[in-house]
Design a protein around this ligand. Structure first.
Ligand code: ZN
Length: 476
């Protein structure tokens, strides 16, 4: 802790100062409340986080990364019928795109879990099932954007292609092109300003339109007997040589175009990280790492779920609007001879997702008194939603009080924040899906600048605070 300059200086605090201290809610910058060693430890934690960001740009890669970590730490696959005993570590791998990690507590699971939930999918450009076409001596790939993006942000930046192609015989062919500095990259083109007079009259949301998000795949024809014999054929020939796939195989593929640049520090003081996909890896990583870092056996069973499909409404069998988490909890509790419904009612959950940080360049969309700010710690969000709180899980005051007490006791710097001005827009998190299970849930996360842009910013000290918050929660 920093030296309190008002103590030991011989000057008495005024009555007004004492009253302010006692009654007013004060916010403090993380640099004020963390000592140099804590700041250095937070920065070191974020180096690991950057590695994760660079190696896990898709939900599949994030699941694989965290699954490998879990296995190395002794986590075993959980199967229905298994009996989890105190200290047992287990995981569920849902179709390689979502994960559940758990450490069994001293108390039976029926006494309630300590559950964190984050998501590992991010907005991006998915290749359409039939993507490739040639036009005027160029080969392009059609895309269908995934999640809420400002489409114009995705033109004229280097893109990498990640994902899988699954052949008819079931063989999974992993694809990653554009991350190695020697790799070729991909790109959506934009119009030169000289000829953009009409384009510039479009509204910003139509600056680049969905069917203009076409990726450059190549520019040379295949030469057979010295003669050019087709551009698209050349690309398919290269793909076939490298991956053994044909155009048919692209139908059963999940190929995602994501920004090709790596995570980096931002600002001369290196206080922030800039990277693609921090929503919501910035919460998924601390949730998982805090679980991995647990020492001894926690009182309650600690669980982290890392889900897919949040950015499109958590639908689909790897999203949280489906039963995979409920099935796990049911099997876990039944295995111990308990009642799953009782377990759910006793469960406390942190829905770990990002919130918008106040951006001084765009102050008009925020209500400053209820906004979140970078470096003021983790942001606890009672409700999200739109307009009159539509589509939100509005956490109960009782549970908020419980979380406040937990964070204060653990020395976690935290702030309260809404998403923005009431009528400005809105958003949601998986808290709604979790609340359906009849458990207590509240949103907690890291404030982000440029959310959903190809390059999002987060403050390192907030990220480390979230890890600390998760650790305290698992041990509560
Ligand atoms: Zn998001």
């Amino acid at each position: 802790m920093n030296e309190d300059k008002t103590l030991g200086s011989g000057t008495e605090k005024s009555e007004a100062d004492l009253l302010r201290e006692r009654l007013l809610r004060q916010t403090r910058h993380a640099c004020e409340v963390m000592n140099p060693a804590e700041i250095a430890a937070a920065d070191a934690f974020c180096e690991g986080y950057k590695t994760f960001l660079n190696q896990a740009k898709t939900e599949r890669e994030a699941a694989a990364f965290l699954l490998a970590r879990a296995r190395a730490l002794g986590f075993r696959e959980f199967r229905p019928g298994d009996i989890c005993r105190p200290g047992d570590k287990c995981y569920v791998n849902n179709r390689n795109k979502a994960l559940i990690l758990a450490v069994a507590g001293k108390e039976p699971a029926e006494a309630g879990l300590r559950l964190t939930a984050a998501h590992i999918d991010s907005p991006r450009l998915d290749l359409k099932p039939s993507p490739l076409y040639e036009d005027k001596a160029l080969i392009l790939g059609k895309t269908h954007y995934y999640g809420g993006i400002k489409k114009y942000q995705w033109a004229a930046i280097p893109l990498a292609l990640h994902g899988v192609v699954v052949k008819k015989d079931g063989t999974i062919v992993p694809v990653s092109i554009g991350e190695d500095p020697a790799d070729p990259k991909f790109c959506v083109t934009d119009l030169l300003p000289h000829l953009a007079a009409e384009q510039m009259k479009r509204t910003l949301d139509k600056g680049i339109q969905g069917e203009e998000l076409n990726i450059i795949f190549g520019s040379r024809p295949i030469l057979l007997d010295g003669k050019p014999e087709g551009f698209k054929l050349n690309i398919l020939q290269i793909l076939h040589e490298r991956y053994g796939i044909t155009e048919w195989d692209l139908l059963s593929a999940e190929l995602e175009a994501v920004p090709a640049f790596p995570a980096c520090d931002v600002g001369l003081d290196r206080g922030m990280i800039g990277a693609y996909g921090q929503d919501d890896r910035v919460c998924a990583y601390p949730c998982a790492e805090a679980l991995f870092a647990l020492e001894g056996v926690p009182d309650r069973t600690a669980v982290a779920v890392l889900a897919d499909k949040e950015e499109i409404g958590s639908c689909g069998n790897t999203g949280l609007d489906t039963n995979f988490l409920l099935d796990f909890i049911t099997d876990l509790v039944l295995g111990q001879g308990g009642n799953p419904r009782v377990a759910l009612r006793n469960t406390k959950c942190l829905s770990a997702d990002v919130n918008a940080a106040f951006d001084p360049t765009f102050p008009g969309v925020m209500e400053p008194q209820n906004a979140a700010y970078c470096n003021l710690g983790v942001v606890v969000t009672k409700y999200t939603g739109a307009r009159g709180k539509s589509g939100t899980s509005d956490a109960g005051a009782e549970f908020f009080a419980w979380v406040r007490n937990l964070l204060d006791e653990a020395g976690v710097l935290w702030q309260a924040g809404e998403l923005g001005k009431v009528d400005e827009g809105g958003g949601g998190t998986v808290a709604v899906d979790l609340a359906k299970l009849n458990l207590d849930v509240i949103d907690i996360g890291v404030p982000i600048l440029s959310m959903h842009a190809p390059f999002e910013l987060a403050a390192k000290l907030d990220i480390a605070m979230l890890e600390k918050a998760c650790r305290a929660f698992y041990q509560s």
